[in-house]
Write a new protein. Structure first.
Ligand SMILES: CC(C)(COP(=O)(O)OP(=O)(O)OC[C@H]1O[C@@H](n2cnc3c(N)ncnc32)[C@H](O)[C@@H]1OP(=O)(O)O)[C@@H](O)C(=O)NCCC(=O)NCCS
Length: 174
């Protein structure tokens, strides 16, 4: 799916080579527990699993897209929704290469994904889990109408440091 300056393509193993470079910068991981991919092979294997679009137990639907900057014709990140269809909720994650921050690409990608989720799943709520100090991400979620729901003090460990974790949520209008 496409809108404005970006296109979202369902994640496939063939994206791993280009995404390995996109996901390598350390700045990406300042506020998230992930680490850069270890190798193109490891990322290819991960994308093989994700491209099945469901968890092994079948309870969750996994929607993952790479984000393409159409003008530059290159991948700039990924966006993900993990859908629990029993409770009609999804949690989202988004990660962009630092060279693409500060230009509104993440906001465009989120809007496009949310529109797709609204159209294709009968969801009631979207939510996101964040480090409370991840100001860029908090600002992005506020612009998209998400509100703070929980704030847990020193509840997660990121690279050996205890950090506050917040969740932000948005009801889906029908
Ligand atoms: C979180 C993250 C995606 C936010 O990216 P971002 O680029 O700040 O978010 P947006 O796409 O909303 O862009 C906002 C900025 O673009 C600017 N902008 C908005 N629309 C624009 C447009 N059309 N043209 C140019 N600039 C624009 C805004 O003014 C804002 O600028 P500012 O950063 O100077 O305030 C990014 O920091 C990231 O990938 N971080 C690492 C991973 C992570 O922490 N993910 C969150 C865990 S779920």
């Amino acid at each position: 799916m496409k809108d404005g300056r970006i296109e979202l393509e369902p994640i496939q193993p063939r994206h791993a080579k280009e995404m390995f470079e996109v996901l390598s910068p350390q700045e990406i991981y300042e506020f998230i527990p992930d680490t850069p991919p270890k190798s193109v092979a490891a990322l290819t294997e991960r994308y093989q699993k994700l491209s099945l679009e469901k968890s092994p137990d079948g309870y969750q639907i996994w929607k993952n897209w790479v984000i393409r900057n159409i003008g530059a014709d290159r991948l700039i990140g990924y966006i993900q929704a993990t859908i629990d269809h029993k409770i009609k909720e999804a949690d989202i994650v988004y990660v962009l290469h630092p060279a693409s921050w500060g230009q509104g690409f993440a906001e465009e990608a989120c809007r496009l994904m949310i529109a797709d989720l609204q159209q294709n799943f009968q969801l009631k709520l979207l939510w996101v889990k964040l480090d409370s100090q991840n100001i860029r991400s908090v600002q992005l979620m506020k612009r998209l109408g998400f509100q703070k729901r929980t704030h847990l003090i020193k509840s997660e460990t990121i690279r050996g440091e205890l950090r506050d974790e917040i969740t932000m949520a948005r009801l889906i209008e029908r």
